[in-house]
Design a protein. Structure first.
Length: 387
C-alpha cells in the first residue's frame, strides 16, 4: 500500500468529531486500527500545562473524538504525555491534564488518564543513534499507540509534527540529556527517527484547526487558524504534507533531510497520495516561521563542530536572553537546560543565561510559560541575515 494522507477541512473544534469520523471512515474505519479489548495510548502533544486556546497543545476536542472512536471499536483509550522541564510524577500529570482540557476530554469520552509516572530502560534494536532509551511506562504497557500531534513551528527544528511528537515518550527531565548529547539539528533529527521507529504509531492525527506559527512551539508562538485535520498511518507522510502546507522547504527541514540520509520514505510530496483538497489549495503563502529558519543561518552552522563550531554558533545564531520583568523565577528553564547554562542568579533570584555554556537548543524558550526568554541574534548574525 502506498503512503496516504487524508486532509479534512474543519473550521472549528465544534466540528472536530464529525470531521474525524468522516476521515477515519474513509481510512477503513477505526476497526482497522483497534481490536476489541485493546488498550490504545493516545500520545497527545502536551508540551506544558497550557489552555487549548494558546495552540500549544493538541486540542482536547480532537483527543476526545478519537477516544470515542476507540471505545466504539471495542478498545480502551488512555491519554498521556511527558512534558519537558518537569519531574515526572502524578501531581504533575494531574495538573497537566486539568490545564490542557484532557481531564474533561477523558470524562466526556470514557477514556482513562495515565497517572503512571514510571519509566523503564529498553533496547531499541533498530535504532541508528539510540541503542537504549528510558521510555515512559504507558508506552510500553499499551497494545498500540495513536500519535495525536499539533501543527506548530519550532525554533530549533523548523516545525513539529508527528515525528517530533515521539520525543514525548522520553520522561520529563530525561529529555535534557538528549539535547546535550545530540546538540545539532541533524543529530537530534536522528534521535527523533529512532524514537518514532520504536513508537510505531498505528494512526497519526495532526490538529491543524488552530495551529501555531512564529516563534513556536511554546508561549512565544502565535496561534494561527488553519482549519484542517490531517490523518495518516505513516508519521513521515503526515509531516511531509504538513511541511508543504506550512511552506517549509525540505532543504530547511532537518527531520526530512535525516530521513533521506537513511533512505526512508516518504520525504517528498510526490511520494504521498493526498486524499482531500489538492495541495495547491491547502498551501499557506504567508505562514510565519521562527527567525532562525527565515534567516537560513542554521543551515550553514549545522556541519560545524569543535571550537570553530562553537565560535560560529556564538556569533551567528540566536542566544537566549532573560527578560527580567517577565521572569517569575520558576526555574523551569534552568531544569531543562542541557548545557547547564542557566542559573537563578539574576536580580531577585531570577534566571540568567551564561552564553558561553549555551548550546542553542532553545529548550528554555520552548518551555518558559511567561514568555520571558527572548532569542537575540548577535551583531554579525544580524548583518548576515539582513536584520
Amino acid at each position: 500500500m502506498g503512503y496516504q494522507v487524508f486532509a479534512v477541512p474543519c473550521a472549528d473544534y465544534a466540528g472536530a468529531e464529525a470531521a474525524l469520523r468522516e476521515a477515519v471512515g474513509r481510512m477503513g474505519g477505526m476497526e482497522r486500527f483497534v481490536r476489541p479489548g485493546e488498550r490504545i495510548l493516545l500520545k497527545a502533544n502536551l508540551l506544558r500545562p497550557a489552555p487549548p486556546e494558546t495552540a500549544i497543545c493538541t486540542h482536547p476536542a480532537v483527543v476526545e473524538a478519537i477516544a470515542k472512536l476507540v471505545a466504539e471499536a471495542g478498545g480502551t483509550a488512555l491519554i498521556t504525555d511527558s512534558p519537558g522541564g518537569y519531574v515526572q510524577k502524578e501531581s504533575v500529570l494531574r495538573n497537566l491534564y486539568e490545564k490542557t482540557g484532557m481531564a474533561q476530554a477523558a470524562q466526556n469520552s470514557g477514556a482513562e488518564l495515565c497517572m503512571d509516572p514510571s519509566a523503564r530502560l529498553v533496547d531499541l534494536p533498530q535504532g541508528r543513534v539510540l541503542r537504549q532509551a528510558e521510555i515512559i511506562a504507558p508506552v510500553l504497557d499499551s497494545d498500540g499507540i495513536f500519535d495525536l500531534c499539533k501543527m506548530k513551528t519550532h525554533v530549533f527544528m523548523g516545525m513539529t509534527g508527528a515525528v517530533k511528537n515521539s520525543f514525548g515518550i522520553i520522561p520529563g527531565l530525561t529529555k535534557v540529556g538528549f539535547h546535550g548529547s545530540h546538540p545539532s539539528q541533524a543529530q537530534f533529527a536522528q534521535v527523533l527517527l529512532d524514537l518514532i521507529g520504536f513508537m510505531a504509531p498505528r494512526l497519526c492525527v495532526m490538529d491543524g484547526i488552530l495551529a501555531m506559527e512564529g516563534e513556536g512551539p511554546g508561549s512565544s508562538g502565535t496561534p494561527r487558524p488553519v482549519g484542517l485535520l490531517l490523518l495518516s498511518d505513516n508519521p513521515l507522510a503526515l509531516d511531509v504534507i504538513a511541511g508543504e502546507i506550512m511552506g517549509l522547504p525540505i532543504e530547511h527541514n532537518p527531520l526530512l533531510l535525516a530521513a533521506q540520509e537513511r533512505g526512508l520514505a516518504p520525504t517528498r510530496p510526490e511520494e504521498v497520495e493526498l486524499i482531500g483538497p489538492p495541495l495547491d489549495q491547502l498551501r499557506i503563502s504567508d505562514y510565519q516561521f521562527p527567525a532562525n529558519v527565515r534567516s537560513n543561518l542554521m543551515e550553514f552552522l549545522g556541519p560545524l563542530t569543535g571550537t570553530a563550531g562553537r565560535l560560529c554558533k556564538s556569533l551567528l545564531s540566536q542566544t537566549p536572553k532573560i527578560q527580567e520583568d517577565l521572569c517569575v523565577g520558576c526555574a523551569i528553564c534552568k531544569n531543562a537546560c542541557p548545557g547547564k547554562a542557566i542559573t537563578m542568579t539574576g536580580s531577585g533570584g531570577k534566571a540568567k543565561v551564561h552564553p558561553r555554556s549555551c548550546i542553542r537548543c532553545y529548550c528554555c524558550h520552548e518551555l518558559c510559560p511567561q514568555k520571558a526568554v527572548e532569542l537575540r541574534r548577535g551583531w554579525l548574525g544580524k548583518l548576515l541575515s539582513g536584520g
